[in-house]
Design a binder for this molecule. Structure first.
Ligand code: DON
Length: 305
């Protein structure tokens, strides 16, 4: 397997030249655009990795998967989906266009920024700090890594420049989608996006989801079965925003991307996969990461369809 992964990384490194690192959050512009790495965690707890697998990056929108898990556990699906939809937006992740025109101002799904900010407000906790702690503890548990922490330079950079998200959050407050203090919810959201991980951490998280919400290393259920199913379905249809359909056709597994360059992929009942490649395409998805997953899916016949 590791020889195969090394070959796939080498075959697709060229694609990193066709993308750009995120710069709307200034700190993210410091990422290495040439980096490309992969980690696989299978359900027998075998691990395989290649390329720049040791690269540390901020989880960014991959955190929205764990925020959704926590919101569903804490408030139940009826309450969550009364505030956020389950439909693909076909728009960029930070679009606000459909907030005004669709769905009684309800964000179309939990993975666009508007939906994730709404889900953050629904997580248990009396304030932003408690909401953040609730979710990062779940991240640590699913990643089996108690040492995971926030990259404060990215957090500060995002907090200082996150005006589109601020506009989204205040709009949601006006529409009674968010009922808590807006700045408190935003602070928790910015911190969650700034959690620093490696592809090992993210592949381990994906393996828990691939294993039905149960940790492969200790056989402990940490995600309820129904929540685990819901999250995978929304990852499949919405996980890469306006590129989700193409990703389903070409790779065919539930996945979630982040502007730090990570794509987390869940191969149900088989494995968790994480790739990192900070050079992004126009949809904010890792261009090299997508190509690596496409070749891997083809070679290992991973598509669920
Ligand atoms: O709020 C933002 O814009 C970023 N913290 C997260 C966006 C993101 O990762 C989109 N995914 N590709």
């Amino acid at each position: 397997m590791e020889e195969l992964l090394k070959t796939i990384i080498d075959n697709n490194r060229i694609w990193t030249k066709h993308g750009k690192v995120a710069s709307y959050i200034p700190e993210l512009a410091k990422a290495n655009p040439d980096a490309l790495g992969i980690h696989i965690f299978d359900l027998e707890c075998n691990e395989f990795y290649a390329g720049d697998y040791e690269t540390a990056f901020t989880i960014q929108s991959v955190s929205k998967v764990i925020t959704l898990i926590c919101a569903l556990i804490d408030k139940g699906k009826e309450a969550v989906f009364s505030k956020v939809g389950t439909e693909p937006s076909a728009d960029p992740f930070n679009s606000i266009i459909k907030l005004e025109t669709r769905n009684s101002h309800k964000p179309l799904n939990p993975f666009i920024n508007a939906g994730a900010i709404a889900c953050t407000s629904l997580v248990s906790g009396d304030n932003g700090i408690e909401k953040f702690e609730r979710v990062i503890e779940m991240v640590k548990k699913m990643a089996n890594n108690p040492n995971i922490q926030v990259n404060f330079n990215v957090y500060q950079s995002e907090k200082l420049t996150g005006n589109t998200n601020r506009a989204i959050a205040y709009y949601l407050k006006g529409a009674n989608i968010i009922e808590r203090d807006v700045e408190d919810v935003l602070d928790a959201y910015f911190k969650l996006c700034s959690i620093e991980v490696t592809v090992k951490d993210v592949a381990t998280i994906a393996a828990v989801i691939a294993n039905g919400g149960i940790t492969p290393w200790s056989n402990e259920r940490i995600v309820p079965k129904e929540v685990n199913q819901i999250v995978q379905a929304i990852m499949m249809t919405c996980g890469l925003y306006d590129a989700s359909g193409e990703f389903a056709v070409k790779i065919g597994v539930p996945s979630k991307s982040g502007v730090g360059g990570c794509i987390m992929s869940v191969v149900p009942k088989k494995m968790g996969i994480a790739v990192v490649g900070p050079a992004l395409d126009e949809s904010g998805n890792s261009i090299g990461g997508k190509k690596v997953l496409e070749e891997l899916s083809e070679k290992l016949n991973l598509s669920i369809f």
